[in-house]
Each structure stands twice: as C-alpha cells, then as structure tokens.
Design a protein around this ligand. Structure first.
Ligand code: LHQ
Length: 261
C-alpha cells in the first residue's frame, strides 16, 4: 500500500522515512501519524533493514502538530485523544525499534517535530536547521516525549529556558549543548547521514539494539540495577553469531562481517 504523507524506501540495509507534507512544513496529521507507525511495522518485519533514517522533505524537518487539521484541536478531549491514540504510541514504537535510528534534521524541528527528532538515537542536523519548543508560543506544554528527552539531554536549566521561551535553538548551539550528535554544513547533510547510516549498518545490529537498552533509562536506575542489566545484556550479546564473528575477526586481524539482526 502506498503512503499519502510519508515516503519509505530502503537500500543496502538502510530504510529512509521521509515526512512528506512540505506545504505544511511536514506537520503531523492523523494520517501521517498512522502511516509512520505502519512504516515502523514494515521495518520491524524486514530483517534486511539494519538502520532507519528519518528526515523531512522540502525546507523543514517537521513543524509538529498540523494546527489547521480539522477537528484535531477542537476540545481538550480531542487533544488528549490525539496524544493517547496517535502520538504516544508512535513515540513508544520508535523507541522500541531494535536498530539504530538517525534523525537527519534538514530544517526546522518544532513542537512534536522536535520531540520526534529527540526520540531518535542519533541526530544529525543541517547548520541552518533549528529546534523550537513551540508549545509555549500557543499556550500548550511540551508533549510527544519532549519533556522527557529535553532535560535528560541538556539538563533542567536549559530545558526550562527552551520550553518556557520557545526561542529557536540553532543547530550549532544544539550540538554544543549536547542536544544532538552533530551539526553539519547544509550541503553535507545527505552525505554525512549516508556515511553514518552505512557505518551503523555494517555493525552488529543486535549488540547496538542491546546497547540502546543499556543506555536508555540508565539515568533512572541505580548502579546495582545497571550492573545487573549490563550483565544480562552482555550475556545476550555473547550468544549472537555476530559476537563469534567479531572475536574471530579480531584474532585473525581482518574486518568483521556482521550478519545478525
Ligand atoms: C503550519 C504549521 C503547523 C500547520 C507551519 N501546522 N501549518 C500534539 C497533539 C495535540 C495537541 C497539540 O500539540 C501537539 C504537539 C505540537 O506539536 S503543538 C506545536 C505545534 N507546532 C507549532 O506550534 C509550530 C507552528 N509553526 C511555527 O511556529 C513556524 O511555522 C515554524 C517556526 C515551524 C517555521 O517558521 P517559518 O519558517 O517562518 O515558516 P512559516 O511560519 O511561514 O510557515 C510556512 C507555512 O507552513 C505557513 O503556511 P502558508 O500557507 O502561510 O505558507 C504556515 O502556516 C505553515 N505551517 N507550521 N504546525
């Protein structure tokens, strides 16, 4: 089935999901939120996919909720329903993907569009991109995981400054503050994203998925809990064919060829 609001293609183990409503700065409507989840399902069930890249078409990454979507914002109930039925499951599904997810932020990421980017594992942003906690500008509060990821990434002082003021944070500052992995020149975003995705696709995907589990939520666990979790995850990694291959390749002084997913 073809999608109406996103594009999904894959090659060489790398899936690319493009938010594709450029005339509305790729803002989310209900169709798009459903299609994104359907894309995640397809990626999960395709064992050839080892990395996902999420990006936007045109000049924006994503402007958050489509503020002109009929019926969406009519009442507190419709807003709560949007979050419970569409946004929250989408963020939950994204976080449970057992492969690395890169956000290639090609332009402005505002509101829930910023939350989506921050929920990804690695964020690469074009120098002209910016991150906007747009919620306060329209009398709303951060959602779609924004209030979870933001303070964990930049600390409460910067998180509050961003969320209470709603000023655009330029990509270079976002990198300096540790909000994102890297800011790159606009004309290098595509090639840098491709190089990063290829590097990740060549790695041991199961171990990367287990690493995501170790680091995700680590701030909420005690040292004892984390040590135990590490031991459990390491036992799982040690049971993969990729670990045997990685070890053999090291001992034989040759590049490893990882194949698990
Ligand atoms: C848009 C949008 C947009 C529709 C630009 N919708 N058309 C979840 C569920 C439940 C409740 C509500 O909240 C949420 C989560 C959220 O995401 S709430 C936050 C929603 N997003 C915003 O408040 C951001 C609104 N947009 C902006 O502040 C600006 O457009 C940004 C900073 C993103 C970009 O600014 P500019 O580059 O100056 O572009 P622009 O403002 O001129 O927009 C270009 C066009 O896109 C324009 O349409 P037009 O027909 O005049 O060319 C905008 O109306 C449209 N657009 N964002 N979210």
């Amino acid at each position: 089935m073809a999608f109406q609001t996103i594009l999904l293609d894959s090659a060489d183990g790398i899936a690319r999901l493009t938010l594709n409503r450029p005339e509305r700065l790729n803002s989310f409507n209900r169709v798009m939120l459903v299609e994104i989840r359907e894309a995640f399902e397809r990626i999960k069930s395709d064992s050839s996919i080892r990395v996902l890249v999420i990006t936007g078409s045109g000049r924006a990454f994503c402007a958050g909720q489509d503020l002109q979507e009929p019926g969406a914002l009519d009442s507190p109930e419709s807003v709560a329903e949007l979050l419970h039925k569409f946004y929250n499951p989408m963020i939950g599904d994204l976080r449970s993907l057992e492969l690395p997810v890169i956000a290639a932020v090609n332009g402005v990421a505002a509101g829930a569009g910023c939350s989506l980017a921050l929920a990804c594992d690695l964020v690469l942003a074009a120098q002209s991109a910016s991150f906007v906690q747009a919620f306060c500008r329209i009398g709303l509060v951060p959602d779609a995981g924004g209030s979870f990821f933001l303070p964990r990434l930049v600390g409460p002082a910067r998180a509050l400054g961003l969320a209470l003021l709603g000023d655009p944070l330029p990509a270079a500052t976002a990198e300096a503050w540790g909000l994102i992995w890297r800011c790159v020149p606009d004309d290098s975003l595509a090639s840098e994203t491709d190089a990063l995705a290829r590097r990740l696709a060549a790695q041991a995907t199961r171990a990367l998925a287990l690493t995501k589990r170790a680091i995700g939520g680590a701030a909420n666990r005690s040292l004892d809990q984390q040590l135990n979790l590490e031991a459990d995850l390491q036992a799982k990694a040690a049971g993969t064919a990729d670990f045997r291959e990685g070890l053999a390749a090291f001992l034989e002084k040759r590049p490893a060829r990882f194949t698990d997913r």
